[in-house]
Write a protein that binds this ligand. Structure first.
Ligand SMILES: [Zn+2]
Length: 341
């Protein structure tokens, strides 16, 4: 029996989780990121004390991004290679894209990403791909009661097996044209058949999984109507700094209709879910809008709706635009990486 630890941290901010499409799963799609960053924190957030913090706020646990996996394999902050489950196993992920014969995501493939490094480090390859990813795949096969070569679907271009990588899914017309993970394996003289064989071997031995659930020690209690106190006052100050208006009550530390309306207006301005409740992501967006973390804000701006305010809103907008542009650029780069082969 081989053993594997899976840290469970669901991407509750992601589009996939919000859509929450539950489907029968028949196999596993294996991907690698195509970018040189082996650290999980790039994709998996929030920080649980093991991952480290992604200061760029561009993880896949993000309502704006489309790409979202059921699990990720990569390095913790301390360099240990670990597995994180980020969506329930029966929830549809978004990884493969569309091919001429179908879309792997919709065909019932649990999907995971392996964080690539520069693809030259054999020790990392062995541990991330040939150990952790193989064990994870074997465990999922065990759960789905399939073997690596079980045929999930016959296509005009050949059989789609239970264990596929992006390139093999593409070859049978069920995914976009990407070279993962085969390209990475080729650097070490292997191909995806070797991966399937390793999964098959692990299945013979059996895989025993221990789950460790994410518990937020700094979990934020959402602020909503009826709340009062210093946290509410801090929220109101940030809203004012972000250019929102509190004409009647100002930063009085009482979360009433006016504060709810200001939270809603702020959420609308940055494309967050419009709830009027200040949750973690709203709080973070407000902090980002305030600029660099400059510590406690000046009390002088409490009742302001002066010239400084629109500028703060403009900064928030510009930050958001930059983030979106960065993501687009990153996607384009990822495409280019794959296209280069
Ligand atoms: Zn892929």
């Amino acid at each position: 029996m081989r053993s594997l630890t899976i840290y469970r941290l669901f991407f509750t901010d992601s589009k996939c989780y919000h859509q929450g499409t539950i489907q029968a799963q028949h196999g596993v799609q294996v991907h690698s990121t195509g970018a040189n960053n082996p650290y999980l924190k790039r994709y998996v957030q929030p920080d649980d004390g093991r991952l480290g913090k992604n200061i760029y706020n561009n993880s896949h646990n993000n309502p704006k991004g489309t790409v979202c996996a059921n699990a990720y394999v990569g390095k913790l902050q301390d360099g240990t290679v670990a597995v994180y489950q980020t969506l329930p196993w029966d929830m549809r992920c978004w990884l493969s894209g569309q091919g001429r014969n179908g879309n792997g995501n919709r065909m019932g493939y649990i999907g995971f990403e392996i964080c690539e490094d520069n693809c030259e480090n054999r020790a990392y390859f062995q541990e991330a791909v040939m150990d952790k990813a193989v064990l994870l795949t074997a465990y999922l096969c065990q759960m789905l009661n399939v073997e690596p070569w079980t045929v999930v679907q016959e296509t005009p271009d050949g059989p789609a097996y239970a264990v596929m990588d992006h390139i093999s899914l593409h070859n049978v017309g069920c995914a976009s044209n990407h070279g993962d993970i085969g390209l990475w394996m080729r650097k070490f003289g292997m191909n995806f058949e070797d991966f399937r064989r390793a999964v098959d071997d692990a299945l013979d031995e059996g895989v025993d999984v221990t789950y460790i659930d994410f518990e937020r020690k700094d979990a934020m209690v959402p602020l909503k109507k009826g709340a009062s106190g210093d946290r509410v006052r801090q929220l109101q100050e940030m809203l004012l700094q972000a250019g929102m208006r509190l004409p009647r009550c100002g930063a009085d530390g009482q979360f009433g209709h006016e504060t709810a309306a200001a939270v809603l207006a702020f959420q609308t301005s940055c494309g967050l879910p419009e709830t009027g409740v200040c949750d973690e992501s709203t709080w973070q967006a407000l902090t980002a809008a305030r600029g660099n973390d400059t510590g406690p804000s000046s009390p002088a701006v409490i009742h302001s709706s002066d010239a400084g305010a629109p500028r703060s809103a403009a900064v928030a907008g510009a930050l958001q635009a930059m983030r979106t542009a960065l993501e687009t650029l990153e996607d384009a780069w990822k495409e280019a990486q794959h296209a280069a082969e």
